[in-house]
Design a protein around this ligand. Structure first.
Ligand SMILES: NC(=O)c1ccc[n+]([C@@H]2O[C@H](COP(=O)([O-])OP(=O)(O)OC[C@H]3O[C@@H](n4cnc5c(N)ncnc54)[C@H](OP(=O)(O)O)[C@@H]3O)[C@@H](O)[C@H]2O)c1
Length: 280
């Protein structure tokens, strides 16, 4: 299988690269923004005219949730128009598109995990632009997987896990909110799930929710990190009910991952177990 990975210098792109060594039967083409800007139709068609890809995993995205509120145009350019470009090209080239989406397409009013049948209703610009991207995939592409995931973290880039680790190392105090509930997802586990889907090479296309299992608040997540780091001083971690952010965020965005397990027979570990693995 020839597999194209866009946004290869982001945290998920890098984790897929690390995971790809377990799949020597496939040919992987990792392209960062410098090699392929997904907002350029010409660049996409040039690349696809030189290679025949079986799968395209689109990890490229505008992911700055706060900034998106003021930089709406850029968020939509990448998360909607860029995805539309890829969807059209994938249809033309008979390539299966794996589009990565987010729990932030939901408004957070539910109190039980969101299924693929639940109606999205984003409450911030980032979520709205990602939902528009999903719509374009459905409209312009026939063979696709839309994978919604949540609270991604890894050793790469700017993410909550890395920020907490850095604060511990610097001995800084932290105020972390209990206001939102979701599921931290180890990007390596998600990478493994995506590459397993490709290895199935089935026709079970559609929307899938994939995250680690269980649920947590941001405070629970931070505490679990503190618990596992010997030098962490718990008195530096303060629980707060509310933390002001520019972008509104869903207060509950746990994803129900049963469909993925039923179709592909694969279940990601609990978020606690996965966190222990990355720390050790
Ligand atoms: N992070 C999370 O908590 C989270 C949660 C749920 C879903 N997701 C989704 O998971 C996917 C991967 O996220 P991530 O955490 O790996 O994000 P990330 O670390 O921000 O990586 C995104 C990558 O896309 C690149 N990019 C931006 N605009 C581009 C363009 N026009 N053409 C090509 N590449 C472009 C970025 O390059 P630059 O660095 O040069 O901008 C960056 O390398 C995204 O679809 C995101 O929406 C993330």
């Amino acid at each position: 299988m020839k597999i194209l990975i866009t946004g290869a210098n982001g945290q998920l792109g890098k984790c897929i690269k690390d995971t790809s060594i377990n799949y020597p039967e496939h040919d992987f083409f990792f392209v960062g923004r410098e090699e392929l800007d997904i907002t350029s139709e010409d660049s996409i068609s040039n690349l696809f005219s030189n290679y025949c890809f079986d799968y395209c995993i689109n990890t490229a995205a505008y992911t700055q949730v706060e900034q998106a509120e003021v930089n709406k145009k850029q968020a939509f350019l990448v998360n909607a128009k860029g995805v539309k470009n890829l969807a059209k090209q994938c249809k033309k080239s008979n390539t299966v598109l794996i589009q990565i989406s987010t729990d932030y397409v939901f408004d957070g009013k539910k109190r039980t995990p969101y299924t693929e049948e639940d109606q999205p209703n984003p409450i911030n610009v980032y979520g709205t632009s990602k939902l528009k991207g999903e719509m374009f995939v459905k409209e312009f592409c026939e063979k696709y997987y839309i994978i919604r995931t949540s609270w991604l973290y890894s050793n790469y880039g700017h993410n909550f896990y890395n920020s907490i680790i850095k604060s511990v190392e610097e001995g800084r105090g932290l105020k972390i909110t209990t206001e939102q509930t979701g599921t931290p997802t180890n990007a390596i586990d998600l990478s493994e799930a995506i590459l397993k889907i490709i290895s199935f090479n089935s026709n079970n296309f559609g929307v899938f929710h994939i995250s680690n299992t269980g649920k947590s608040t941001w405070y629970d997540f931070a505490k679990a990190i503190f618990d596992q780091i010997e030098q962490a001083n718990m008195s530096k971690l303060e629980k707060v009910n509310y933390f002001s952010t520019f972008a509104e965020r869903p207060v509950f965005s746990v994803l129900n991952t049963e469909k993925f397990t039923e179709v592909f027979g694969f279940l990601l570990p609990s978020w606690e177990k996965s966190l222990k693995k990355i720390i050790s």
